[in-house]
Design a protein around this ligand. Structure first.
Ligand code: HEM
Length: 142
């Protein structure tokens, strides 16, 4: 291969890999409506969590804005929106809370209510759950 061809192949891979990783057209991020939807989703989620009968006590001292921003960055990152998540790992964030499976299920139910509220369709709700459900093991009884 001559140098020009190698440069072309490298450029092709670079552009291709980048467009796949950073907010590509088919990303879940775009399918759900991008940042405006995620902002509305996390704002609604934090409000619901705070006033929930079973989980509200955990969020009594939570700064709504900080928590909402961390969730926004995390969801944007996980759905392929190209954001950076600089919050704690799921294991560290939930350590000492001793969250049990019933509490986790309640959290998921509230998350679904929020997704419903902001108009995320059933298929995309399932895609979201597929991303976040595996975090369960890092969150339970820490
Ligand atoms: C997949 C599910 C979950 C995700 C993606 C998630 C995400 C997060 C994130 C991003 C933070 C902030 C981390 C930081 O401070 O840097 C956090 C904190 C927290 N999470 Fe979760 N979480 C999940 C499940 C749960 C569950 C099931 C509970 C309780 C039942 C819970 C309770 C909390 C509490 C109390 C905080 C601390 C809020 C504060 O700063 O006061 N989380 N979570």
């Amino acid at each position: 291969m001559n140098k020009q061809l190698i440069a072309f192949v490298l450029l092709f891979f670079f552009v291709n890999v980048n467009s796949q990783n950073i907010n590509n057209q088919d990303s879940l991020f775009n399918r759900i409506g991008g940042m405006p939807t995620i902002e509305r989703l996390t704002t609604d989620l934090v409000k619901r969590l705070k006033k929930d009968d079973k989980l509200g006590f955990l969020f009594e001292h939570t700064d709504e804005k900080d928590f909402q921003q961390l969730l926004t960055a995390q969801i944007c990152y996980e759905t392929g929106g190209g954001c950076q998540y600089i919050g704690l790992s799921m294991s560290d964030a939930h350590s000492g809370m001793d969250i049990n499976s019933r509490e986790f299920d309640e959290f998921v139910a509230i998350f679904i209510e929020s997704m419903e509220h902001v108009g995320i369709n059933f298929t995309n709700q399932n895609r979201m759950l597929k991303i976040f459900a595996p975090m369960r093991k890092d969150i339970l009884n820490k």
